[in-house]
Design a protein around this ligand. Sequence first.
Ligand code: SF4
Length: 423
Amino acid sequence: MGARDLNITAPAPGPGPATALGLYVHVPFCATKCPYCDFNTYARIEDLIPDYVGALGNEIATWGAALGRPSLATVFYGGGTPSYLPPDQFMRLAHCVEAAFRVMPGAEITVEANPDDCSPAKLASLLDAGANRISIGVQSLDDTLLRRLGRRHDSKQALGAVREARAAGFDNLSVDLMFGLPHQSQATWESTVHQVLESAPDHVSMYALTIEPATPFAALVQAQELPEPDPDRAADMYEFACEAMESAGFRHYEISNWAKPGRASRHNLIYWRNSYYLGVGPGAHSFLPGVRFADLKSPREYVRRAGSLTPELANGVSWVEAAPDVVRALEAAGVIGSSERISRSLEMAETMMMGLRLDQGVGNAQFQARFGQNLAETYPSEIADLTRLGLLEQDAEGLRLTTRGRLLGNEVFGRFVMTAQPA
Ligand code: SF4
């Protein structure tokens, strides 16, 4: 069965989101489950780890073989807590990736880590397995807040983890922070930002807390035992962070991300540029030409289904041509749990929605090369309206959000998404 039978649209013309892929590898294990978290991660299923790594390796091998061992520009081990895996299991996983794909020289290989896992021995094992970038889940440097968030580390451990990661040899280091937390004061937030800057990371991600349905935090808010996030206070914290990060020499390259020169997350840029990536593991999302899909969510069921896959070699076609048949085969095998056909107009709208999150915005030349038409002819009324409202600005290079547009991003993104036609 080919792409037409699946109703998957032909890949858009132009550069090369098709030449190299990003690979996301999901590790659904955590030592404990944080009460605000709605990621597809679980505590107390460690008995599954060896079989899980085997099944995940099998899915990785299946994709690699069927797509003809395509090149990877980035690999991102996320979760969950990849650093929670025993070193031999993480190494096994890394070997599977290297055997199944061509990991490009200089590829960015990120591993997410929690501070309580960052012992010198664990960090050395991650480097041995090929990781060259670490993203540490610091979240806050206020011990009361860390306890409230259900984190297993304190501020001392968090700063110690950053130091240990540097000492081990990670020269590309990112820190994750959260703001807008219950009972968080502006002063404690400012102190956290200052201390993080003193620890000299290369990259910082900052996200406001959102209360996700069906989490313990949602129940506490419902019972009025936890205050709802206050958007005005969160906006003040964000504004402070923007100024502090800029003064410290970081580029605010994406709405929630700051980087020292040359240290933007290349893997996340694949998402924001709406390029193609493959996600493996339960609940992991992928975007390949004409289709978005996600693996089934249950880790136990995933082990059963992915463990039974039989890798089959590509028949000499490019990975872009091979992909629809592989998606179909993995849907039939029950490994892919949901999928959505992406029309050309939706791909264009999503390219706007994601690209406008970046400080560089969406480039005219890139859009023209990818879709064969320019921004002005594709979105004349949207660009005119949003520019008049002071939310978008344009020049010869392309379109980007204004400062006001960054605060009202969802309003802007919605205008583009409304233009999309179903596949
Ligand atoms: S450690 Fe991260 S992934 Fe795991 S439960 Fe906490 S927030 Fe979620």
